[in-house]
Design a protein around this ligand. Structure first.
Ligand SMILES: C[S@@+](CC[C@H](N)C(=O)[O-])C[C@H]1O[C@@H](n2cnc3c(N)ncnc32)[C@H](O)[C@@H]1O
Length: 257
């Protein structure tokens, strides 16, 4: 398979990355399958089912460590020495992701918290309102990080607080997007979350890879910010959906009955 940048491939991420040149990617942003037991509710993640594209591909909890070691191993090969990866994850299988990162040889740079409005209410335990984001690098000394890309050091808000400091704290409060009456895959990262990672950890013209594309959010934002993109999505319909959004630039695609 000949791999070209600015394409999303309908394939397994291992097939994609094993066919890519080693040390060719500047930044990986990804949100792997969660490895939780599949149920009807998970298929739509409690969203209006008529808007959600079917077929979400999960990974069995029993295989999660093996699966994770394999894809993180491939990422290690394709990432440049000064490259960075952000992995978004719930807590259920976070230990497997941390173990795999360690086994493969990545350095953990930051553990970020994405605080968001999940919308599932419970009285029997705490209400979930965050995800984890691990920021890792191959070589911490060479890794790209642009601390002043959004706010110069002296920028202050009206109360005198540093905007640069606030933007670079490890808890990110970013709203989910609901895409009302529009087509969607069950889980999507918000535009602003991806934008922040891209701005701080890459330059225009860099190549950004997402092994688990879903609706194509990483690639869509990368293109908007004048970066190159590449990705894989195992579900054909999701891959077509992502490609059509990215190629046309149409962010939301209304459902037609
Ligand atoms: C959590 S979602 C990613 C959502 C994405 N970040 C977005 O914003 O839309 C994980 C995706 O990985 C896909 N997937 C699962 N196993 C895969 C594999 N082995 N290779 C490529 N894609 C896979 C699933 O179908 C699903 O769309």
């Amino acid at each position: 398979m000949e791999i070209k940048s600015n394409n999303i491939y309908n394939t397994d991420c291992i097939d994609l990355m094993s066919n890519m040149h080693e040390e060719s990617v500047d930044l990986i942003i990804t949100d792997p399958p969660y490895g939780i037991n599949f149920s009807h509710d998970h298929e739509t993640y409690n969203r209006a089912p008529e808007n959600v594209l079917k077929g979400y591909q999960e990974v069995s909890p029993d295989n999660y460590l093996d699966f994770t070691e394999k894809w993180i191993g491939e990422v290690y090969k394709v990432l440049k020495d000064d490259g960075t990866m952000y992995i978004v994850s719930g807590f259920t299988n976070l230990r497997h992701i941390l173990n795999a990162l360690d086994t493969v040889g990545f350095h953990l740079i930051n553990s970020l918290v994405w605080k968001y409005n999940f919308g599932v209410y419970t009285t029997k335990k705490w209400v979930n309102s965050h995800y984890h984001i691990l920021m890792v690098a191959k070589n911490p000394k060479k890794m790209k990080y642009h601390p002043f890309c959004r706010h110069p050091k002296k920028h202050r808000d009206e109360g005198g607080k540093s905007l640069n400091y606030a933007d670079r704290e490890s808890v990110w409060d970013i709203k989910r997007e609901y895409w009302k009456n529009c087509l969607k895959t069950p889980t999507r990262l918000p535009y602003d979350l991806i934008k922040k990672m891209i701005e701080y950890s890459s330059d225009k013209g860099d190549l950004i890879c997402d092994p688990f594309v879903g609706s194509g959010q990483t690639a869509y934002v990368a293109k908007d910010l004048e970066r190159n993109y590449i990705g894989s999505e195992i579900v054909d319909e999701y891959c077509q959906f992502a490609n059509s959004r990215i190629e046309t630039g149409q962010y939301l695609i209304p459902r037609i009955d």
